[in-house]
Design a protein around this ligand. Structure first.
Ligand code: SF4
Length: 239
C-alpha cells in the first residue's frame, strides 16, 4: 500500500484508522463511562452485525468497537443512535469521572454531578490543543486528576482545582490553584480557565505551556477578577 492510498482517520465519522491502515475503530461518547444494559446490548448487537473484531474499554472511559469497515461506518452510527463525541483532535475530550458519592464509600464530593455538567457543556469544544479533564470524588484521585489539563478532586470541605497536568511524553503533575470550592464555584473556575485558554493561547499550545508563558498568578488573577474586569485582564495577558 502506498502512502497516498493509505486510509486516514475520518473525524466527521468519529473513526480512527487502525494499525492495518484498512479498518476503523469508533468509540461512542458515554459521558463519564456511565451507561446501561440496553446501550451495552445495542453496542454488542451492532458490533456483531458489522463484524467488529474487538471491543476495547478506552482510557477515556469509552467503549471502542474495533476492526470495522469504512463502508459500514455511516450505517453503524445511524443504528447506534449514540453521540459520536470527540475522541481525537484539538478539543475538550471526554471528561474522566470516578464513581463518586452515589457509589463509592470513600467519596467526599459529587464527582459525577460536576464531571457530567462539565462534559455536557464542553465535550468536543475546539481549543488550541487537546484538553483533558478529570474529576475525582476524593484524594485517591481515581480519575487521574493530577495529570489532566484541569483536575478536580473532592476533599472534606469541597473541591480542589488543579491545572496544567498531562501524562504524555513529558509528564507533568498539575498545580493546585484552589481548595475547598463548592461545586458551583468549581464549575465557574473551569469556565474561566477554558475561556482564557481559548481566547489567549496560541494554536498547538497545551494548557501547561500556556500557563508557563503567562504565569499561574495571571491565570488566578483572571479567574478571581469581577466579570467587568476580565476582558481588560485578558487583553493584558495577551500583550
Ligand atoms: S477517587 Fe475516591 S471517590 Fe472516586 S472512586 Fe476513587 S476512591 Fe472512590
Amino acid at each position: 500500500m502506498t502512502a497516498e492510498n493509505m486510509k486516514k482517520d475520518i473525524p466527521e465519522l468519529g473513526a480512527i484508522v487502525q494499525r492495518d491502515r484498512e479498518t476503523y475503530a469508533i468509540a461512542p461518547h458515554l459521558p463519564g463511562g456511565i451507561t446501561n444494559t440496553a446501550t451495552l446490548r445495542k453496542l454488542v448487537d451492532i458490533g456483531e452485525k458489522y463484524g467488529c473484531k474487538l471491543v476495547k474499554v478506552t482510557s477515556a472511559q469509552r467503549i471502542a468497537l474495533v476492526g470495522l469497515k469504512e463502508e459500514d461506518l455511516e450505517n453503524i452510527w445511524t443504528e447506534l443512535e449514540i453521540d459520536k463525541g470527540s475522541a481525537i483532535g484539538f478539543c475538550v475530550r471526554s471528561v474522566k469521572i470516578c464513581p463518586g458519592i452515589d457509589f463509592c464509600k470513600r467519596a467526599k464530593q459529587d464527582s459525577v454531578g460536576v464531571g457530567l455538567a462539565i462534559d455536557k457543556k464542553y465535550h468536543g469544544m475546539p481549543l488550541p490543543n487537546k484538553f483533558k479533564i478529570g474529576v475525582s470524588g476524593c484524594p485517591n484521585s481515581c480519575a487521574e486528576s493530577a495529570v489532566k489539563d484541569i483536575g478536580i478532586i473532592g476533599a472534606a470541605k469541597g473541591f480542589k482545582i488543579l491545572v496544567g497536568g498531562n501524562a504524555g511524553g513529558q509528564p507533568r503533575i498539575a498545580e493546585t490553584i484552589y481548595e475547598d470550592k463548592t461545586a458551583d464555584e468549581a464549575l465557574k473556575i473551569v469556565d474561566d480557565i477554558i475561556t482564557l485558554y481559548e481566547k489567549a493561547a496560541s494554536k498547538g499550545q497545551r494548557l501547561s505551556k500556556f500557563i508557563d508563558k503567562i504565569g499561574v498568578e495571571n491565570l488566578v488573577r483572571y479567574i478571581d477578577a469581577p466579570v467587568g474586569d476580565k476582558e481588560r485582564i485578558l487583553v493584558e495577558i495577551k500583550e
